[in-house]
Design a protein around this ligand. Structure first.
Ligand code: ADP
Length: 479
């Protein structure tokens, strides 16, 4: 089966979060199910630099007003179609924001262009290769099934995956003519509370909808988590699937990871000490026996970072240490930095994005804190499981589905892999921290939990098979 995947991020070429990891790992997992994936991704400067020599497979003189080309290349085992459109993507800054962190004003056009090309390829625009199915990721790719719906080409089945419903691609109706869709498409597919929404359009027009954990698939049917889309999603409940993400188990393997101080396995947990020491040196933490909590995250309200700001001093006062890697909201960055300043040797912080450091932290810290208010799947807790770093997580979405909470029953049965807490408040987290300190004091129990976590199946094996089944069922339905 041939699948076209359309995404705005793709590990290892361009990554701001979990979407990139999934878009990069799923095609590899699907090869064992006879699925050949080509991934369409924007030609941001980092992408263009990384791919080197590529073959031009498509040319545009007028892609929503700009010239563009599609280049094909193999990179890291992935077959990639790069949308080389300098007017849209050749700019400094990130994939979505400029150097000052401000959204590009033409994001609607940039990602409509990506979607337009996705639909063209689905319709057979590339000689020699036509997908049997298209898989769209998040709002940036969500207009692909909309264009497909109004194109005269034969229907190709489509799946739209929600990685985070908080990012919806909502814009003013003024952009509608620029999308070059027929006028009736506005009311049929795009209209959303007087404006228009790419996410809504994708949810409405794709043949199937998936999200990245079973719990999140249920949560987005509620007003609290659906963020305005819950009614529409409920109307499509029959076509909704929740499939948990796996991880790239080659890149994230403590037995072979070149980014950590010393490799180890569940049988040689003592060798984590080398990474613990390196982590302490990096963050300026004292090398005592207190537990080291780490955070590797976007620093946002979603991730509960305001609660960490509130409790940081208490973690230090309880004898713990905190190592933080991340960037995000300025006020949260400042709040955490201030806590680090007040607690030298106990709290350390690196602002920014640093892939090697994130590996070292998973290998050296004792516990990973993930106090998210909502979490579609979450990947950091899966890496933590693999690295023997105990996840302390909010009981929500994919965190709920992937961590076995250390309650009395789970501890007695020796199946616990981490701690869950609820509600996501300062009091909830405080209670979880106290439990963590108690468990950490019992070193035998702690290492049993580490070993149990390291045994968890966090690979793409099962989930890859579920996607393959879903693809097959859509094909057999004849969409
Ligand atoms: P989200 O996609 O909501 O940001 P996930 O947990 O699903 O959250 O995925 C986050 C991914 O980004 C993980 O691979 C994590 O290790 C990585 N990550 C987040 N912040 C940083 C950072 N500052 N430096 C390095 N990696 C980071």
């Amino acid at each position: 089966m041939n699948v076209l995947s359309v995404t705005s991020e793709l590990y290892p070429l361009i990554k701001t979060g979990g979407l990139a990891d999934v878009a990069g790992a799923l095609p590899l997992a699907l090869t064992t199910h006879d699925v050949t994936t080509k991934t369409l991704v924007p030609g941001y400067p980092v992408v263009m630099r990384a791919i080197g020599k590529a073959v031009k497979v498509l040319d545009y003189t007028d892609l929503l007003g700009e010239s563009a080309a599609v280049l094909e290349v193999e990179h890291g085992g992935l077959r990639i179609l790069v949308l080389d459109a300098p007017a849209y993507f050749d700019r400094p800054g990130g994939p979505y924001v400029d150097e000052n962190g401000v959204d590009y004003p033409d994001n609607w056009q940039r990602f409509a262009a990506l979607s337009r090309v996705g639909a063209d390829i689905a319709g057979g625009a590339i000689a020699d290769w036509k997908p049997d199915l298209v898989h769209l990721h998040d709002w940036q790719a969500a207009l692909t099934p909309v264009y497909m719906r109004y194109d005269p080409t034969p229907e190709v089945p489509s799946i739209f995956t929600i990685h985070n419903i908080a990012f919806q691609g909502n814009f003013s109706t003024a952009i509608f003519p620029g999308l070059r869709l027929p006028p009736h498409a506005y009311w049929e597919s795009l209209e959303y509370y007087g404006g228009l929404s790419f996410m809504k359009a994708g949810l409405r027009t794709a043949h199937a909808i998936s999200t990245v954990s079973p719990s999140y698939a249920e949560e987005i049917l509620t007003p609290e988590f659906g963020m305005g889309m819950q009614g529409l999603i409920a109307s499509r409940a029959e076509d909704l699937y929740g499939i948990i993400n796996g991880i790239d188990a080659v890149t994230w393997n403590p037995a072979t990871d070149p980014m950590i101080a010393e490799t180890y396995s569940a049988a040689t947990l003592k060798r984590r000490k080398a990474s613990r020491n390196a982590l302490c040196a990096h963050f300026g933490l004292e090398e005592d026996d207190g537990p080291i909590f780490c955070i590797i995250s976007r620093l946002t309200w979603q991730k509960g970072m305001d609660i960490v700001v509130e409790l940081a001093d208490e973690i230090a006062a309880m004898g713990g240490k905190l190592a933080i890697l991340g960037s995000g909201d300025t006020s949260l960055e400042q709040g955490l930095m201030a806590a680090a300043g007040r607690n030298p040797g106990r709290i350390g912080m690196t602002i920014g994005y640093n892939e090697p450091l994130s590996h070292l932290m998973q290998a050296g810290a004792d516990a990973l804190l993930v106090p998210s208010r909502f979490e579609p799947c979450g990947l950091t807790q899966l890496y933590a499981l693999r690295y023997g770093c105990i996840p302390v997580v909010a009981r929500t979405g994919g965190l709920h589905d992937t961590i076995i909470n250390a309650n009395e029953v789970a501890l007695a049965a020796n199946v616990a892999t981490g701690l869950q807490f609820s509600p996501v408040t300062a009091e909830g987290l405080r209670h979880a921290l106290r439990r963590t300190f108690r468990l950490f004091a019992d070193r035998k129990l702690w290492s049993a939990m580490q070993k149990q976590g390291m045994k968890s199946d966090v690979s793409w094996g099962r989930s890859g098979a579920r996607y393959a089944d879903l693809y097959a069922s859509l094909l057999s339905k004849g969409h």
